[in-house]
Design a protein around this ligand. Structure first.
Ligand SMILES: *[C@@H]1O[C@H](CO)[C@@H](O)[C@H](O)[C@H]1NC(C)=O
Ligand SMILES: *[C@@H]1O[C@H](CO)[C@@H](O)[C@H](O)[C@H]1NC(C)=O
Length: 403
């Protein structure tokens, strides 16, 4: 009896496992078909939906994220504007990343016809490249300023201020269709004067030649202006001079454009900086200026150092001045009426001029220290690793050109 029962038990078990296995085989078989179907569908849809293959759903998120990009020629008040916005509890811009600008250089390199074909043969089409760029950019924009984000605040508008990115606004808008851009423009004569006085290096600008710098400024802002006009619904142009003369009015225009409600904290950026709530980089050249309340120190101080012989040639060297509404034949130009708020700031700063000079010096000394350390590191690397460095560098150059 015992044997038979155990036999029938075994047999039941045998039948059960057999049907189980059959079931699993069927499941896999149909599963494969449906999986193939889905893959087929996906790859068809992928031609139209760039986000479909994104495993994290991050590209989808990127497409829905409303970012803000602030750009313009360097020395045009881009830092002031982003610091004012950083004073708002629900906007975070942070210091210049430099990473995104380098990414765009890589992007243009990969957009050459030959590179495009090579990428395609490796399965990397425009959609995949865009999706990877979206993830990379979002990661940098949001996380480099993590320490300055109050996690309790919902709906933070993330913003980036790498000034030269304005020259890539059209591509960036393709990457982030909901992004908005603010192009800040300043009188080119003041920009050039500031570049030369502070010896701010921008590639190809000859910092001992006003005419060359003005020409290059003209070319840069002309190109940025074109980018801005091509995405005109998402791009607002404002003028530095107007911003510092009437900060309340122009910041309300900016906030309306980006759809963020007004908050008085925007006019207290100097206090927020003092309490360490705004990210600043000692290496950025505007830092010692933006720690101060909004003032008119930089409005017309360029006039006295602007070379006289440039004045008669200015229309042909920098036609964009006129285009942007600046009077190329007034020295100093009349930039308009100044708001009470700014006059009060200036009065208070005058009374505390010693304190402000001290704060400014502290920033400049801090930068000098960093520069000194950087130079030391550079020199030491040269002494210790001269040969290695040289070889490493030249092999890398070979690799870049490989293929
Ligand atoms: C820069 O400008 C100065 C003054 O015009 C000129 O002497 C010098 O050769 C220029 N440098 C370069 C690299 O073009
Ligand atoms: C402005 O921001 C502060 C926090 O910085 C907040 O407490 C206040 O409620 C905000 N005011 C308005 C009108 O939103």
């Amino acid at each position: 009896m015992v044997v038979i029962r155990s036999f029938s038990h075994n047999r039941q078990f045998y039948l059960l496992s057999k049907s189980c296995i059959l079931f699993i085989i069927l499941l896999i078989f149909f599963g494969l078909i449906t999986f193939d179907d889905i893959q087929q569908k996906n790859s068809n849809q992928n031609d139209h939906n760039p986000e479909i293959f994104d495993s994290q759903g991050a590209a989808k998120r990127a497409l829905a994220t409303p970012l803000l990009f602030i750009g313009g020629s360097p020395r045009s008040g881009t830092t002031l504007l982003r610091v004012l916005l950083d004073s708002h509890p629900s906007i975070r811009c942070g210091a210049e990343t430099h990473v995104l600008q380098n990414l765009m250089i890589l992007y243009w390199r990969l957009s050459l016809p030959y590179e495009k074909i090579r990428l395609k043969l490796a399965g990397i089409d425009q959609n995949l490249l865009y999706s990877a760029m979206r993830n990379f950019m979002l990661e940098i924009i949001q996380n480099h300023q993590k320490k300055f984000v109050d996690m309790k605040t919902k709906d933070i508008l993330y913003c980036n201020k790498d000034p030269l990115l304005m020259n890539n606004a059209i591509v960036i808008q393709k990457l982030f269709p909901k992004a908005k851009f603010i192009h800040i423009v300043r009188d080119g004569r003041a920009v050039v004067n500031s570049l030369i006085k502070r010896q701010v290096i921008i590639s190809n600008f000859n910092l001992s030649d006003y005419g060359d710098c003005l020409k290059r400024w003209n070319r840069m802002v002309s190109s940025m202006n074109y980018q801005c006009s091509r995405i005109s619904k998402s791009c607002l142009t404002i003028h530095y001079e107007q911003l510092i003369l009437n900060p309340k009015y122009w910041m309300s225009v900016v906030l309306k454009f980006i759809g963020v409600p007004w908050n008085d904290s925007i006019l207290k950026h100097d206090q927020l900086i003092k309490s360490g709530r705004i990210q600043l980089s000692l290496l950025e050249r505007s830092t010692e200026q933006v720690i101060k309340p909004i003032n008119l120190d930089a409005l017309t101080s360029w006039v006295k150092s602007f070379p006289f012989e440039m004045r008669s040639k200015i229309d042909s060297i920098a036609p964009m001045l006129k285009h942007f509404g600046y009077d190329p034949h007034s020295y100093p130009p009349d930039y308009g009426r100044v708001d009470e708020f700014v006059l009060r700031n200036m009065e208070e700063m005058k009374q505390q001029s010693m304190i402000w000079a001290k704060r400014e010096k502290k920033v400049i000394d801090g930068r000098k220290d960093i520069r000194k350390k950087l130079n030391e590191i550079n020199q030491n690397i040269h002494v210790l690793n001269d040969r290695f460095e040289e070889e490493h560098k030249s092999v890398n150059e070979d690799l870049i050109e490989y293929g």
